[in-house]
Design a protein around this ligand. Structure first.
Ligand code: SF4
Length: 884
């Protein structure tokens, strides 16, 4: 490690200032500036005329600047990409953005280095068998083969209520909204609900939480609440590293009011986030359900709850298996029943369950603070990646509802999104197996009919039953006896298209999934900008355009959509996915017309109809006009009349605004003002105002108009404490938890290629508590063998007295691509029964010293020229070949 984590964080904080003024960075990693990637003679600037005429473009001296949004996390920082003499040369923050106020973290400042990176994928590559090298092919040939393979897979599979069982799409919270929208439309029109995406791994439990608490997805407030809050309750989130610009705002709030503002951190690990906490509650992983119920109990027992808010705006609900039909609804109970339910969670009981440093006094202190001040809660994977992720989401929101900490300045229950477009693209764009765009659901016939009408396809085009969720989808690919036993009635999948994500590094317990992908009877298409641990098991690799090389919208955590226009010429033959889909749709339609099976032949029409509105735009201008056309259909037609309406957020408006538009934004007039910051509040949210009028709720200040809540109230849920799926035991005595570092983004395929980021963290580490390390004779840097019931890793030890996990727990970062250090060989694929999100955050493991410290190298998957074509280095190098 070049520098310590603390120094790195300090450096990162200091550099945010540099980003504000647009200083081209001279970060000491290898002593070089690193702009040589963009020094070739070619002028790479390609800026649409409409953008040039808008406020999203400016010229300053030898720089041309184009405004968009950061490519990485779900914060949604607004950036200006600077092109010097036609070369991407710098990124700086937008000062007028209400998100980042001009500041950026290092990832945001440095992604311009990827535009002309030598590892970029630049031509379509194909191989019939995964044992052969890839050969370059034309786009025409690629679409021809994909269409044939899709039809083959459809025929090998079955037709059923979820549609064709043999084909699947797996997308990403990093794809643009237009892309997710069109991919899912394509799949539904072809007749399959096997549409999933990696947000299932990061925020599905938050969706379940909001759906049950609010009756509709996504938060009520936004980042602006940080500056008004007296208490910031951070639970299951290492905000300092995963959302550094939001952490900066929190830090600023705290440091400018050190006495008045309190930060409470709830996490089994001491992370950089804990450093500003006034109270850090450290507890055994998975016991937070008991803790949160105990806080609620104190609030009620001490009469600290907001009686008026609770009586007028809340109701209480419980789900009883066998009695209630719909888990999202359950049945209503009284306040007294809720009070009795939480009364079991005395601070003494919770302190005993939680362990760590949790005491009854601390629980009381936190409860009093929460109830008597304006509080914002934030959380991420620590709550979501759990087998009881939905419940624990509910329990945080319960505290807000009990104390009236919702719908006012400085009070909100805000789930932070990991990916830049998990909210806008996947949650709102219909990118999961059970949902449809515009907050619609597959199961609802009215919702399906509405979309079929908008799309101009026959009634019944969209199959009525949801497809497979992520773990089930990948189990249908591996399709072992164990998979069939686990999911009775499972039908195999023979074709999958993976877009802008690397599931064969990011899925839990992934060895079995990798084995499925490696088989030659599963045809795998991968669209990406770099080779990955997933492309190494592909048949077809399609090079796609990168951020700012194409046009589209990202929707971040706080219901905010922002446009990034094209500014840079894509390398080689790389193209936008929208263009690929429009081309493929036409090829597929032609082939389907010749099919004998009338059901299949009928899909020729629907798939053509799916892409027909975009064919001309794809011909004329796939970089700008095509995206605009798709957005118009999505925003102006599909979201119109829905609670997530972006009907007023045209490309013109999005180009104008320095910080995008928060939905609901039903009209251009509202969108021009930025949309709606405070959802559900009468007078501030146009939909709430209209709803109050329509239902005669004249004296209501806040209304839960979520479609699932017919009583128009927010719901407080009775959720008992339940521990993790695999707690430690005598054989595997440690908790294993996983997460990110500030330097790297997810699987590291992009940030691993930016020297200034990878220089500090070329490989992963296992964090061990000093007491455990001492007991096991492990020194800093020693190689440690980590084993779970599913796999093993060999990892260098990081032992710190300042940061790290509590005793009995280890923590591993998951960005490393080296076979021996990919921690998802070890994680568990048990998932939440409601959200279907796997429990990455907790499983049991054992560790022991493996070897003394030795220097380790970074490993990145790359393509190499071999006789007969191209192979990934991981396919050539035996030490990196799978399975472990
Ligand atoms: S905080 Fe997130 S969105 Fe902002 S610059 Fe960093 S990675 Fe980009």
């Amino acid at each position: 490690m070049g520098i310590g984590r603390r120094e790195f964080l300090k450096k990162s904080a200091a550099l945010t200032a540099a980003s504000l003024v647009g200083i081209n960075l001279k970060i000491k990693a290898d002593g070089k500036l690193g702009v040589e990637e963009a020094t070739a003679g070619e002028n790479l600037a390609q800026i649409p005329e409409e953008v040039k005429r808008s406020p999203a473009y400016k010229k300053e001296g030898e720089y041309e600047w184009v405004r968009g949004v950061c490519r990485f996390c779900g914060t949604g920082c607004k950036v200006w990409l600077g092109l010097k003499n036609g070369k991407p040369a710098v990124i700086r923050g937008e000062k007028n953005s209400v998100i980042n106020f001009g500041f950026l973290c290092m990832k945001g400042m440095l992604f311009y280095k990827l535009f002309r990176h030598p590892d970029r994928l630049t031509q379509p590559l194909y191989r019939k068998s995964k044992k052969e090298p890839f050969k370059p092919i034309s786009w025409e040939k690629a679409f021809d083969i994909i269409a044939d393979e899709m039809i083959k897979a459809i025929k090998k599979g079955e037709w059923g209520p979820m549609g064709w069982t043999g084909i699947a799409y797996y997308g990403s919270g990093q794809a643009l909204t237009e892309e997710t929208y069109l991919f899912q439309k394509f799949w539904r029109c072809l007749g399959s609900n096997h549409v999933e995406g990696n947000p299932r791994l990061c925020m599905a439990s938050a969706v379940g939480g909001y759906l049950t608490s609010f009756g509709t997805d996504e938060p009520a407030g936004g980042y602006a609440d940080f500056e008004e809050a007296d208490t910031i309750f951070i639970i299951g989130s290492n905000t300092a590293e995963c959302h550094p610009i939001l952490y900066r705002r929190i830090m600023r709030r705290k440091l400018s009011n050190p006495k008045e503002v309190m930060v409470i951190n709830v996490d089994p690990r001491v992370s950089p986030t804990s450093k500003i906490a006034d109270i850090h509650l450290q507890f055994k992983p998975g016991t937070d359900l008991a803790l949160l119920n105990a806080i609620a109990n104190v609030i009620i027992q001490e009469g600290l709850y907001d009686k008026e808010f609770v009586e007028k705006y809340c109701s209480f609900h419980k789900f009883t298996k066998g009695k209630d039909k719909v888990p999202l609804i359950g049945h209503q109970v009284s306040f007294e029943e809720y009070k009795e339910f939480v009364s079991k969670y005395t601070p003494e009981y919770a302190a005993e369950v939680c362990g760590g440093n949790v005491t009854p006094e601390l629980i009381r202190k936190v409860a009093r603070r929460f109830a008597t001040t304006k509080t914002v809660s934030i959380w991420t994977m620590g709550l979501n990646q759990r087998t009881r992720g939905v419940w624990v989401n509910n329990l945080v929101t319960n505290l807000h509802l009990l104390t009236g900490n919702l719908g006012k300045d400085g009070a909100d229950a805000l789930s932070l999104t990991g990916q830049p477009n998990a909210c806008g693209g996947v949650r709102e764009g219909g990118g999961l197996c059970h949902i449809l765009p515009g907050h619609r659901v597959v199961k609802n016939p009215k919702h399906r009919a509405e979309l079929e009408k908008i799309w101009g396809v026959p009634k019944g085009t969209i199959p009525p039953k949801p497809g497979y969720h992520t773990v089930k989808m990948f189990s249908a690919i591996s399709y072992t006896e164990e998979d069939k036993k686990r999911f009775p009635g499972l039908k195999p999948i023979y074709f999958i298209w993976v877009n802008e994500t690397s599931p064969l590094q990011s899925l839990p317990n992934m060895r079995r999934f990798r084995e499925g992908f490696a088989r030659d009877d599963v045809f795998v298409v991968v669209t990406d900008i770099f080779p990955t641990r997933t492309s190494e098991l592909a048949n077809m690799i399609l090079p796609c355009a990168f951020h700012f090389e194409k046009t589209g919208v990202y929707g971040c955590t706080e219901r905010r959509s922002q446009l990034t226009p094209k500014a840079v010429k894509a390398p080689g033959q790389a193209m936008p996915e929208l263009w690929m889909l429009v081309q493929l749709g036409q090829v597929l339609a032609k082939k389907l017309r010749k099919e004998r099976d009338p059901k299949l032949r009928a899909r020729a029409k629907t798939i053509y109809q799916c892409v027909a509105p975009f064919i001309e735009a794809a011909k004329r201008d796939p970089w700008w006009e095509l995206s605009k056309k798709v957005w118009e259909e999505y925003a102006q037609r599909v979201t119109k009349g829905r609670d997530s309406t972006l009907a007023g957020a045209t490309y013109e408006v999005l180009l104008e605004r320095p910080d995008g538009v928060q939905w609901p934004a039903p009209t251009v007039e509202i969108a021009r003002k930025g949309g709606t910051l405070r959802r559900f509040v009468v007078g501030k949210d146009p939909l709430a105002t209209e709803f109050a009028k329509k239902h005669g709720l004249t004296d209501w200040k806040i209304i839960d108009y979520g479609h699932l809540h017919k009583d128009h109230k927010f719901w407080i849920w009775l959720r008992p404490y339940k521990g993790p799926a695999e707690p430690p035991d005598a054989e595997y005595p440690f908790y294993l938890s996983t997460g990110r570092v500030i330097d790297h983004w997810h699987t590291g395929s992009m940030t691993g290629r930016i020297r200034e980021l990878a220089g500090d963290y070329p490989h992963t580490w296992i964090e061990i508590n000093p007491k455990d390390a001492q007991r096991l004779g492990i020194q800093p840097g020693d190689l440690v063998l980590l084993e779970t019931r599913r796999g093993r890793n060999i990892l260098p030890a990081r032992i710190s007295t300042e940061e790290g996990p509590m005793e009995g727990m280890v923590f591993v970062y998951w960005y490393d691509q080296s076979k021996d250090r990919m921690i998802n060989f070890c994680t568990i694929d048990a998932f939440d029964p409601g959200s279907k999100q796997p429990e990455f955050k907790i499983c049991a493991c054992r560790i022991k010293k493996y070897a003394p410290a030795k220097p380790l190298k970074q490993f990145l998957v790359k393509l190499e020229k071999v006789s007969g074509g191209y192979l990934h280095n991981s396919e050539i190098d035996k030490s990196q070949k799978h399975p472990v």
